[in-house]
Ligand binder design. Structure first.
Ligand code: PLP
Length: 359
């Protein structure tokens, strides 16, 4: 039996629409910067993809290699003359791009940004750049972006939104800049985008041959970009996923705490905290049982670290005990039942060591 993929927040399975667009762009070939007919054909694909992203989010679109680069480009471009405020649960891509001395804002126990702390930090001082992720990649918690945006406007601050995990949700995403990533949408890895609103100027992070109107050097990864745009246009059944997500949550049974359960969340994500249990143990045991999940936080080495997200939410000792279950766009209807069966076996083995899980 093929393994059950519950790790979509790491990378979504490729959507057929994206695969088709990718193959078409590959077959077309060419470099969008070439002046001849081959280049012009490639440029048409590139600009069509740009129009599709701009039609969804408004503003101008600069293609990048992925979400990490889009976040780094936004911070690099917007930083001069501004102090940086960022939420404590931001992704490493934003945390690493923020300058030393950036102010880290607390979140509530449910994982949402503390708006009173944001307002206090915005009051006085030089103009700010506020980094607020739309949806947290570990918990799925949605931050109150409209309220954050209103505070930014009231205090003359710019707002950068890491929208990598939330780009498929309906509704408007506020922000002066938005970071996107193709492989989190069901597109291929290798492409992302930064959306710029309000005519913001942008100094490139990677200078080069003048691509992307001089805003990001380097030949565009056309097949990945075409795939990103096609994946963004593909339908996303948020309600169907939310129903499956609720059933997966129910299958966890007692002994697990759902992080951020009181807050609005992505329809596909559950972060279950299993007190006293090392997340890594559960990830490996579930893998052996045919279910692919992640620990809340994973280092690039594949080792599991304590989650800064759970720490910021006040989980203390249990910050290394979070298991993330994230349903892909094509999750099968029997995903909750398959998860339940695998989990019951794993839980029985763990509970011989941790009686709290036996209930
Ligand atoms: N931002 C968030 C919220 C993410 O979840 C990720 C990837 O996990 C990134 C940024 C980085 O995106 P990419 O893998 O495309 O560099």
């Amino acid at each position: 039996m093929t393994p059950l993929d519950l790790d979509a927040n790491a990378t979504e399975p490729l959507r057929p629409e994206a695969r088709e667009a990718l193959l078409r762009a590959l077959e077309t070939g060419g470099n969008p910067s070439s002046v001849h007919g081959g280049g012009r054909a490639a440029r048409r694909i590139l600009e069509e993809a740009r129009r599709a992203v701009a039609a969804r989010f408004g503003g101008e679109v600069v293609f990048t290699s992925g979400g990490t680069e889009a976040n780094a480009l936004a911070l690099h471009a917007l930083l001069p003359g501004r102090r940086v405020l960022l939420g404590a649960t931001e992704h490493a891509a934003v945390r690493a791009a923020a300058p030393q001395g950036a102010s880290v804002l607390p979140v509530h126990r449910d994982g949402t940004l503390d708006l009173a702390a944001l307002e206090a930090a915005l009051r006085g001082g030089p103009p700010a750049l506020v980094c607020a992720m739309a949806a947290n990649n570990e918990t799925g918690v949605l931050h109150p972006l409209p309220e954050i945006g209103a505070l930014c406007r009231a205090h003359g601050a710019l707002m950068h939104v890491d929208a990598v995990q939330a780009a498929r949700l309906s509704g408007e995403l506020p922000g002066d800049t938005l970071a996107l990533s193709g492989h989190k949408l069901g597109g291929p890895p290798g492409a992302g985008a930064l959306v710029l609103r309000g005519g913001l100027a942008l100094t490139p992070l990677i200078p080069g041959g003048g691509q992307e109107q001089g805003r990001r050097g380097g030949t565009e990864a056309l097949p990945a970009i075409a795939g990103l745009a096609a994946a963004l246009l593909a339908p996303y059944d948020a309600a169907g996923l939310a129903a499956l997500r609720d059933a997966v949550e129910a299958a966890l049974g007692e002994g697990a705490t759902i992080a951020g359960s009181g807050a609005p969340r992505l329809p596909n994500t559950v972060l279950a905290v299993l007190p006293g249990v090392a997340a890594e143990t559960v990830v490996i045991a579930l893998d052996l049982a045919g279910v692919r999940v992640s620990a809340g936080a994973a280092c690039s080495s594949g080792k599991v670290a304590r989650s800064h997200v759970l720490e910021a939410m006040g989980f203390g000792e249990d910050a290394g005990s979070g298991i993330r279950l994230s349903l892909p766009w094509n999750a099968p209807d029997d995903a909750p039942e398959r998860f339940r069966r695998a989990w019951e076996g794993v839980r029985a083995r763990l509970s011989s060591r941790r009686p709290a899980l036996a209930t």
